[in-house]
Ligand binder design. Structure first.
Ligand SMILES: Nc1nc(=O)c2c([nH]1)NC[C@@H]1CN(c3ccc(C(=O)N[C@@H](CCC(=O)O)C(=O)O)cc3)C=[N+]21
Length: 297
């Protein structure tokens, strides 16, 4: 039988375990503060940010939400980031991506205090990760690692094929998985839109991670029997329902499930884990900045 990995349940457990750290900090008079900055009127971005705020409320983290007019000048976003950097009650800062075209994304990421960079996107934190001593693991890759661990999938010695080379998922995940670590030691193949014979690379894998943003690109015909399949895709496609859309992964779930030994669904797989690991980074950030030792799950 194929195991459908329940991301909502694993995320729930991580949130419950984070409460210990949040209480330890509270005992020291510290309330964890996590700021989200939204400069977009894209409905998907709005949904994600409001979900993150709800998560904060659930675990007892102070969520600070800043919304900027998508037409505002870049300077306004940089000033907002500078104010949050200076605010001692803010331990973590997330600027929701993508930012509008007239805003230089790299400039914004560089402006965030690396100690408060709970996305792990600042070049200093990227460098630390690649060098093997991450400060904050990017939320989605970390969530994927936790999901594999919870499903009892060993990465040590495993052949992992990552489809996608983005800065927020493919590249950091590939780096984490090759590292000399209990949740690393994998042999990683990174594929992308120019990869020759993608199916050959996915068929040779023990674990396939689809993170390319192409709806249902990876299907059962591209998988060997017994593969673990992790679907990072969250594509909104038009649908005839009350929402007007449907969430579709980068994996064709039905055909992939026929081959997989374990598979993550969309929704309810990696998405909730990304949000849980953001809370994890916020608690870690607060502990570091306040000099309080916190146990993390
Ligand atoms: N600075 C920054 N950091 C991010 O981490 C970041 C970002 N920008 N921009 C956009 C992407 C996307 N992302 C998701 C997080 C959770 C779900 C999630 O919880 N999805 C639910 C369903 C959501 C729904 O119903 O629409 C699920 O898969 O079950 C999805 C997508 C974080 N991102």
């Amino acid at each position: 039988m194929t195991e459908v990995i329940d991301g909502d349940a694993v995320a729930e457990r991580i949130r419950a375990d984070l409460r210990d750290g949040i209480e330890t900090l509270a005992d020291e008079g510290v309330e964890v503060g996590l700021a989200t900055v939204l400069m977009s009127d894209d409905p998907a971005s709005e949904t994600y940010v409001s979900m993150k705020q709800r998560d904060c409320e659930e675990v007892g983290i102070e969520g600070i939400h800043v919304e900027l007019d998508p037409e505002a000048p870049e300077e306004e976003l940089l000033e907002t980031v500078a104010d949050l950097n200076d605010d001692p009650e803010v331990h973590g800062i997330l600027v929701q991506m993508p930012v509008p075209d007239h805003v230089d994304e790299r400039r914004v990421l560089r402006a965030i205090d690396p100690e408060k960079d709970v996305d792990g996107f600042h070049p200093e934190n990227v460098g630390r990760l690649v060098a093997g001593h991450p400060r904050y693991r990017p939320c989605t890759p970390h969530g994927v690692q936790k999901l594999l661990e919870s499903a009892g999938v060993e990465t040590e010695g495993a052949d992992v094929t990552v489809v996608g080379r983005s800065n927020i998922v493919g590249k950091p995940l590939a780096n984490l998985l090759v590292q000399k670590a209990r949740d690393g030691n994998a042999t990683v193949t990174v594929c992308h839109s120019r990869t020759d014979d993608l199916a050959a690379k996915t068929r040779q894998a023990d674990v396939v991670v689809a993170a390319c943003g192409v709806p249902e690109l990876v299907d059962g015909s591209m998988l060997s029997e017994g593969t673990t399949v992790v679907d990072v895709g969250v594509n909104r496609v038009d649908a005839d329902n009350e929402k007007g859309y449907e969430l579709v992964g980068d994996v064709d779930f039905e055909s992939a499930k026929e081959k997989a030994s374990a598979i993550t669904p969309v929704p309810g797989g990696v998405g909730p884990m990304t949000r849980a690991m953001l809370l994890y980074n916020a608690v870690k950030a607060a502990g570091r900045q306040e000099g309080v030792a916190v146990d993390l799950p």
